[in-house]
Ligand binder design. Structure first.
Ligand SMILES: [Zn+2]
Length: 129
């Protein structure tokens, strides 16, 4: 159980939702520049729709890919806030320091576990999208 207070949980939820909206605005702008895909942006208009990221993930445009990957991280963090696992490391179950959460609100691992994860995963398989 994370030791975050209800106020802190609310604060992070607000921050994450704002980030999600920013990313979505970026994606819509990028889609607007990539004409053939502009229609998809209209179809996936609802911010609260969980399927949004899935609709756009096949577009294969690097910027959009990166934004959507972050949107998924933000979305996952919001779910962790709801199920009260936010602030706990998904690998070791320890508390993620508040300073780290403030710097990386989507952090799902403590720093030692994140380092270990990056050493074992990212170098060989590239970013997971
Ligand atoms: Zn850990």
């Amino acid at each position: 159980m994370s030791s975050l207070t209800e106020a802190q949980r609310t604060e992070f939820a607000r921050l994450l939702k704002r980030r999600y909206r920013e990313l979505w605005a970026d994606v819509q702008r990028e889609l607007g520049e990539a004409q053939p895909y502009a229609e998809l942006a209209g179809e996936a208009h609802d911010l609260e729709d969980e399927g949004t990221a899935d609709v756009l993930v096949d577009l294969n445009l690097a910027d959009i890919h990166r934004d959507i990957a972050e949107m998924r991280d933000v979305d996952a963090a919001l779910h962790r806030i709801l199920d009260r696992s936010y602030g706990l490391c998904t690998d070791c179950g320890g508390e993620i320091p508040l300073a780290r959460l403030r710097a990386y609100p989507t952090a799902k691992r403590c720093q030692p576990c994140q380092r270990r994860y990056e050493q074992t995963h990212l170098r060989t398989s590239g970013p997971t999208l």
